[in-house]
Design a protein around this ligand. Structure first.
Ligand SMILES: Cc1cc2nc3c(=O)[nH]c(=O)nc-3n(C[C@H](O)[C@H](O)[C@H](O)COP(=O)(O)OP(=O)(O)OC[C@H]3O[C@@H](n4cnc5c(N)ncnc54)[C@H](O)[C@@H]3O)c2cc1C
Ligand code: FES
Length: 263
């Protein structure tokens, strides 16, 4: 059930130059969500920035108790700049959990998840849930620069096999990522494919899902105003057989069958 509530900032630390990790507690409220669900955060007004709409953020972790949620965010513009100014003990309004998250099938044995940049925030709780269900996980984490890769511990600590690729040494090139996943599939270590955000990674997942008739899921990122299905600002074109249909990412997603999404 979604709550529109006011929480208190427990911490809001830099992970590296571009990313911060915020922990928010909402006492007496079971604010926990499922992997792939998101929250709309009200970013505070600052001396220059006055963010109007709430900003969507995926649940990153919820391991500290049902009244506490964590987000990993990239400082990109007005809203996230304002979010970055919040200090321990300050208040923040949040609405969530919202949307439909990832689903795991009982007959799957091994997943491959592929993420880039802040997309890792969305995939980290999925990997944790999969490992808790005794599924093997290979996580391919892509980043621009080697030293900017983050969140590895979320994957390693729960026993996922980690493959890091980056733009610095060219290992994140689509052909290389594709071959990396293909090797997993051919070794019988991939019953389903998961990704988030990046158009390039979605293209790779779609290609391999078609080639090997594998299921795939993607968590989409779309600019949102309400997050509640009312404003239609997050509509995205999807395929239904030969037809093009339109879906609201906040209401029908943000997680979709990878082959439904027009890339
Ligand atoms: C379901 C969902 C989950 C998300 N989870 C996370 C998360 O866990 N961590 C995180 O850092 N970000 C996440 N995002 C993206 C995040 O919402 C945007 O980066 C944020 O709203 C930007 O707000 P801003 O005011 O700082 O930037 P703005 O000034 O609004 O925009 C700065 C730049 O970011 C782009 N942008 C704005 N909103 C989005 C968006 N929704 N998706 C992609 N690009 C956008 C703009 O086009 C512009 O180039 C998520 C988005 C969605 C829809
Ligand atoms: S953000 Fe308003 S309908 Fe999706």
């Amino acid at each position: 059930m979604a709550h529109d509530t006011v929480g208190t900032v427990v911490s809001n630390h830099h992970v590296n130059a571009l990313y911060k990790h915020i922990v928010i507690t909402c006492p007496q409220t079971r604010i926990w969500g499922e992997p792939g669900q998101f929250y709309m955060l009200t970013c505070p007004p600052g001396p220059e920035d006055r963010p109007f709409f709430r900003r969507p953020m995926s649940l990153y972790a919820n391991g500290r108790g049902p009244d506490t949620v964590e987000f990993l965010y990239k400082i990109t513009g007005t809203g996230t700049r304002a979010l970055a100014t919040l200090k321990e003990g300050e208040s923040i309004r949040l609405l969530g959990p919202l949307g439909h998250g990832f689903t795991l099938q009982p007959d799957w044995k091994h997943l491959v998840v592929v993420g880039r940049g802040v997309g890792l925030a969305t995939l980290a709780p999925l990997v944790k849930a999969a490992r808790a269900n005794n599924l093997g996980v290979t996580a391919i984490l892509s980043s621009r620069e080697r030293h900017m890769s983050m969140s590895q511990h979320h994957f390693v600590d729960v026993g996922a096999r980690l493959v890091e690729v980056n733009d610095d040494d060219g290992s994140s090139a689509p052909d290389n990522v594709m071959e990396c996943i293909r090797a997993q599939i051919q070794a019988g270590q991939c019953d389903a494919l998961f990704t988030c955000g990046s158009k390039r990674l979605l293209g790779i997942i779609q290609h391999l899902a078609r080639e090997y008739s594998l299921p795939g899921q993607v968590a989409l990122e779309q600019q949102m105003a309400c997050g509640l299905g009312m404003c239609f600002s997050c509509v995205r074109a999807m395929c239904e057989g030969q037809k093009t249909i339109h879906r609201r990412v906040c209401w029908d997603g943000p997680v979709f069958d990878a082959l439904e999404v027009q890339s």
